[in-house]
Design a binder for this molecule. Structure first.
Ligand code: C5P
Length: 221
């Protein structure tokens, strides 16, 4: 049997962006590379966990020993996460899920006949908030990418979504999305820990070590 701080723990990780169709050829998406989530999945596996990685459209190799499920839209990711839920002890939501999707998807390619075009958007399901509200619930770890008021916004999300932990990163200053390096402020109800700027692979190992420590404290009080 495998050892490690997460030995025998069933971990589900979401990663990457989602892609919301406007018509058969056009999508709404974001700049998430998926690299942080893939690194977290690899680090959780290295820590002994049984890892399921639910990935949006990204061009990254599947970490060794990890079960990968590819999805496209927020709705697909939502369904895949719910299907995995009965076999999830620890949920790490690193995906940059689209917050809005086109309210209608056209079956045919839209023509550029009009001078301007308005898209009507609707909210997508908040996967993490839903998993966290589930009974029984897994240990829930969220991410918060913020340009401003990093710690305040992250702490607000920790409370609002009733998370066990949140990893906050600043975006927009050569850090975060689309960058090989990142830095994280990890928060939980009665504590915090800064992980200074490092390659995402190293940061993922440090984050998984922190998660394993908190997870074991709450599962074996
Ligand atoms: O509220 P916000 O989108 O900033 O929260 C970010 C956290 O929530 C991330 O962990 C992200 O993966 C998760 N999330 C989600 N489903 C959504 C939106 C965000 O799981 N629709």
């Amino acid at each position: 049997t495998r050892g490690g701080p997460l030995a025998g723990v069933r971990v589900t990780v979401t990663a990457g962006p989602t892609r919301e169709p406007i018509d058969p050829v056009r999508v709404l998406s974001n700049r998430s590379s998926g690299r942080m989530g893939f690194a977290v999945a690899a680090a959780a596996r290295a820590a002994g966990a049984e890892v399921r990685l639910i990935a949006g459209p990204v061009a990254l190799p599947t970490p060794l020993g990890v079960t990968r499920i590819d999805v496209e839209t927020a709705a697909d990711m939502h369904a895949a996460v719910l299907a995995a839920l009965p076999a999830t002890d620890l949920f790490i939501a690193s995906a940059a899920v689209a917050d809005y999707r086109p309210a209608q998807t056209s079956d045919r390619k839209l023509k550029k006949t009009a001078e301007s075009l308005s898209l009507s958007l609707e909210r997508t399901p908040d996967i993490l908030a839903e998993v966290s509200a589930h009974d029984p619930r897994p240990f829930c770890v969220g991410f918060a990418a913020e340009t401003d008021h990093l710690l305040d916004n992250a702490r607000t999300k920790l409370t609002a979504k009733q998370l066990d932990m949140i990893a906050a990163n600043r975006v927009g200053h050569a850090l975060g999305i689309e960058q090989p390096d990142n830095a994280l402020e990890v928060l939980w109800a009665d504590g915090a820990h800064s992980l200074p700027r490092a390659p995402k692979e190293q940061l993922a190992r440090e984050l998984v070590a922190l998660i394993a420590e908190r997870y074991r404290l709450q599962s074996k009080p």
